[in-house]
Design a protein around this ligand. Structure first.
Ligand code: IMP
Ligand code: MG
Length: 187
Protein backbone atom coordinates (compact mmCIF):
# COMPACT_ATOMS: atom_id res chain seq x y z
CA UNK A 1 0.00 0.00 0.00
CA UNK A 2 1.11 3.57 -0.73
CA UNK A 3 2.84 4.92 2.41
CA UNK A 4 0.76 8.13 2.57
CA UNK A 5 -2.49 6.18 2.89
CA UNK A 6 -3.96 5.80 6.37
CA UNK A 7 -6.66 3.30 5.41
CA UNK A 8 -8.26 1.77 2.35
CA UNK A 9 -11.96 2.60 2.19
CA UNK A 10 -12.87 0.68 -0.98
CA UNK A 11 -10.46 -1.98 -2.24
CA UNK A 12 -9.51 -2.63 -5.83
CA UNK A 13 -11.42 -5.95 -5.71
CA UNK A 14 -14.57 -4.29 -4.34
CA UNK A 15 -14.41 -1.58 -7.02
CA UNK A 16 -13.96 -4.04 -9.86
CA UNK A 17 -16.75 -6.35 -8.64
CA UNK A 18 -19.21 -3.46 -8.30
CA UNK A 19 -18.30 -2.14 -11.76
CA UNK A 20 -19.05 -5.55 -13.26
CA UNK A 21 -22.47 -5.55 -11.58
CA UNK A 22 -23.34 -2.01 -12.63
CA UNK A 23 -21.98 -2.60 -16.13
CA UNK A 24 -24.36 -5.54 -16.58
CA UNK A 25 -27.32 -3.47 -15.38
CA UNK A 26 -26.38 -0.51 -17.55
CA UNK A 27 -25.98 -2.77 -20.59
CA UNK A 28 -29.51 -4.12 -20.04
CA UNK A 29 -30.90 -0.62 -19.55
CA UNK A 30 -29.39 0.71 -22.79
CA UNK A 31 -30.08 -2.26 -25.07
CA UNK A 32 -30.88 -0.80 -28.52
CA UNK A 33 -30.49 2.82 -27.30
CA UNK A 34 -26.95 3.63 -28.49
CA UNK A 35 -26.22 5.93 -25.54
CA UNK A 36 -23.57 8.62 -25.24
CA UNK A 37 -21.52 7.88 -22.14
CA UNK A 38 -20.32 11.18 -20.71
CA UNK A 39 -17.32 11.25 -18.41
CA UNK A 40 -16.70 14.25 -16.21
CA UNK A 41 -12.92 14.70 -16.13
CA UNK A 42 -10.48 14.25 -14.62
CA UNK A 43 -11.56 12.32 -11.55
CA UNK A 44 -13.59 9.83 -13.56
CA UNK A 45 -10.77 8.50 -15.79
CA UNK A 46 -10.13 5.22 -13.98
CA UNK A 47 -13.81 4.49 -13.36
CA UNK A 48 -14.70 5.43 -16.94
CA UNK A 49 -12.10 3.16 -18.54
CA UNK A 50 -13.01 0.20 -16.34
CA UNK A 51 -16.76 0.71 -16.71
CA UNK A 52 -16.63 1.01 -20.49
CA UNK A 53 -15.16 -2.50 -20.69
CA UNK A 54 -18.35 -3.80 -19.05
CA UNK A 55 -20.83 -1.85 -21.16
CA UNK A 56 -21.54 -4.40 -23.84
CA UNK A 57 -24.04 -2.48 -26.01
CA UNK A 58 -23.12 -0.09 -28.83
CA UNK A 59 -22.42 3.37 -27.39
CA UNK A 60 -20.31 6.49 -27.87
CA UNK A 61 -17.79 8.09 -25.55
CA UNK A 62 -17.58 11.77 -24.74
CA UNK A 63 -16.05 13.96 -22.07
CA UNK A 64 -16.47 17.24 -20.30
CA UNK A 65 -14.00 18.91 -18.03
CA UNK A 66 -15.27 20.97 -15.13
CA UNK A 67 -13.31 22.51 -12.37
CA UNK A 68 -14.38 23.76 -8.97
CA UNK A 69 -11.97 22.26 -6.48
CA UNK A 70 -8.90 23.81 -4.95
CA UNK A 71 -7.34 21.49 -2.40
CA UNK A 72 -9.99 19.85 -0.20
CA UNK A 73 -12.50 22.67 -0.26
CA UNK A 74 -15.08 23.24 -2.97
CA UNK A 75 -15.13 26.84 -4.11
CA UNK A 76 -18.60 26.52 -5.56
CA UNK A 77 -17.47 28.19 -8.76
CA UNK A 78 -17.81 25.95 -11.80
CA UNK A 79 -15.70 26.41 -14.87
CA UNK A 80 -16.21 24.44 -18.10
CA UNK A 81 -12.64 23.73 -19.08
CA UNK A 82 -13.70 21.54 -22.00
CA UNK A 83 -17.20 20.94 -23.41
CA UNK A 84 -18.58 17.77 -25.07
CA UNK A 85 -17.93 17.12 -28.74
CA UNK A 86 -20.84 14.78 -29.60
CA UNK A 87 -24.21 16.39 -30.44
CA UNK A 88 -26.49 14.88 -27.80
CA UNK A 89 -29.81 16.34 -29.01
CA UNK A 90 -32.29 13.46 -29.01
CA UNK A 91 -29.72 11.03 -27.61
CA UNK A 92 -29.72 8.97 -24.43
CA UNK A 93 -26.93 10.21 -22.18
CA UNK A 94 -25.39 8.36 -19.27
CA UNK A 95 -23.26 10.56 -16.99
CA UNK A 96 -20.39 8.79 -15.24
CA UNK A 97 -19.03 10.61 -12.18
CA UNK A 98 -16.28 9.81 -9.71
CA UNK A 99 -18.02 11.18 -6.64
CA UNK A 100 -21.29 12.84 -5.70
CA UNK A 101 -20.13 15.19 -2.98
CA UNK A 102 -21.77 18.59 -2.44
CA UNK A 103 -23.60 17.92 -5.71
CA UNK A 104 -22.62 21.20 -7.35
CA UNK A 105 -20.72 19.67 -10.24
CA UNK A 106 -23.29 16.97 -10.96
CA UNK A 107 -26.11 19.52 -10.88
CA UNK A 108 -24.11 21.81 -13.15
CA UNK A 109 -23.37 18.98 -15.58
CA UNK A 110 -27.03 17.91 -15.53
CA UNK A 111 -28.31 21.44 -16.27
CA UNK A 112 -25.68 21.94 -18.95
CA UNK A 113 -26.77 18.70 -20.62
CA UNK A 114 -30.49 19.53 -20.34
CA UNK A 115 -29.90 22.64 -22.43
CA UNK A 116 -28.69 20.37 -25.26
CA UNK A 117 -32.08 18.54 -25.35
CA UNK A 118 -31.07 14.90 -24.91
CA UNK A 119 -33.75 12.15 -25.02
CA UNK A 120 -32.83 11.07 -21.48
CA UNK A 121 -30.19 11.59 -18.81
CA UNK A 122 -29.16 8.95 -16.28
CA UNK A 123 -26.42 9.15 -13.69
CA UNK A 124 -23.93 6.58 -12.47
CA UNK A 125 -21.55 7.64 -9.70
CA UNK A 126 -18.81 5.46 -8.25
CA UNK A 127 -18.96 7.12 -4.82
CA UNK A 128 -21.65 8.98 -2.93
CA UNK A 129 -21.07 11.11 0.17
CA UNK A 130 -24.68 12.00 1.07
CA UNK A 131 -23.70 13.86 4.26
CA UNK A 132 -21.95 16.51 2.16
CA UNK A 133 -24.91 17.42 -0.05
CA UNK A 134 -25.82 21.09 -0.11
CA UNK A 135 -29.38 22.32 0.18
CA UNK A 136 -31.50 22.32 -2.94
CA UNK A 137 -29.69 19.52 -4.75
CA UNK A 138 -32.11 16.68 -5.28
CA UNK A 139 -30.63 14.63 -8.12
CA UNK A 140 -30.73 10.90 -7.40
CA UNK A 141 -28.08 8.81 -9.16
CA UNK A 142 -29.54 5.84 -11.05
CA UNK A 143 -26.50 3.78 -10.04
CA UNK A 144 -24.22 4.30 -7.05
CA UNK A 145 -21.10 2.21 -6.58
CA UNK A 146 -20.48 2.85 -2.89
CA UNK A 147 -21.92 5.18 -0.27
CA UNK A 148 -19.08 6.46 1.89
CA UNK A 149 -18.81 8.51 5.09
CA UNK A 150 -17.90 12.18 5.13
CA UNK A 151 -14.13 11.79 4.70
CA UNK A 152 -11.83 13.23 2.07
CA UNK A 153 -10.71 10.35 -0.14
CA UNK A 154 -8.07 9.85 -2.81
CA UNK A 155 -7.20 7.21 -5.35
CA UNK A 156 -8.85 5.56 -8.33
CA UNK A 157 -8.96 8.91 -10.13
CA UNK A 158 -9.58 11.11 -7.10
CA UNK A 159 -6.85 13.53 -6.15
CA UNK A 160 -5.47 15.76 -3.49
CA UNK A 161 -3.83 18.64 -5.36
CA UNK A 162 -3.50 16.39 -8.43
CA UNK A 163 -1.69 13.61 -6.57
CA UNK A 164 -2.76 10.03 -5.78
CA UNK A 165 -5.08 9.64 -8.80
CA UNK A 166 -3.08 6.57 -9.87
CA UNK A 167 -3.89 4.42 -6.82
CA UNK A 168 -6.05 1.40 -7.77
CA UNK A 169 -8.20 1.74 -4.61
CA UNK A 170 -9.98 4.52 -2.70
CA UNK A 171 -8.39 5.52 0.58
CA UNK A 172 -7.93 8.18 3.23
CA UNK A 173 -4.67 10.11 3.53
CA UNK A 174 -2.44 10.32 6.60
CA UNK A 175 -2.53 13.86 8.06
CA UNK A 176 1.13 14.49 7.13
CA UNK A 177 0.44 13.80 3.45
CA UNK A 178 -1.61 17.01 3.25
CA UNK A 179 1.50 19.00 4.12
CA UNK A 180 3.52 17.23 1.48
CA UNK A 181 1.43 18.35 -1.50
CA UNK A 182 0.01 21.52 -0.04
CA UNK A 183 0.14 24.20 -2.73
CA UNK A 184 -0.95 27.76 -2.74
CA UNK A 185 -2.12 28.22 -6.32
CA UNK A 186 -2.04 26.31 -9.60
CA UNK A 187 -3.90 26.77 -12.89
P1 IMP B 1 -19.10 18.21 -5.85
O1 IMP B 1 -18.78 18.84 -4.53
O2 IMP B 1 -20.16 17.13 -5.68
O3 IMP B 1 -19.47 19.22 -6.87
O4 IMP B 1 -17.79 17.48 -6.33
C1 IMP B 1 -16.87 18.14 -7.11
C2 IMP B 1 -15.65 17.37 -7.39
O5 IMP B 1 -14.83 17.46 -6.25
C3 IMP B 1 -15.79 15.87 -7.62
O6 IMP B 1 -16.11 15.54 -8.94
C4 IMP B 1 -14.38 15.43 -7.29
O7 IMP B 1 -13.53 15.57 -8.41
C5 IMP B 1 -14.00 16.37 -6.17
N1 IMP B 1 -14.17 15.73 -4.86
C6 IMP B 1 -15.24 15.68 -4.06
N2 IMP B 1 -15.01 14.98 -2.94
C7 IMP B 1 -13.74 14.56 -3.05
C8 IMP B 1 -12.88 13.75 -2.21
O8 IMP B 1 -13.24 13.25 -1.14
N3 IMP B 1 -11.63 13.54 -2.69
C9 IMP B 1 -11.16 14.05 -3.86
N4 IMP B 1 -11.92 14.78 -4.67
C10 IMP B 1 -13.19 15.04 -4.27
MG1 MG C 1 -14.87 15.02 -10.75
Amino acid sequence: MEKDILKVLVSEEQIQARIREMGAEISREYEGKDPVVLGVLKGVVMFYADMMKHITVPCQMDFMCLSSYKGTKSSGNMIVKQDMSVDVAGRHVLILEDIYDTGRSLQYTYNHLLSKNPASIKICTLLDKPERRIEGITLQPDWTGFTIPNEFVVGYGLDFNEHYRNLPYVGVLKPEAYEKYAITQRS
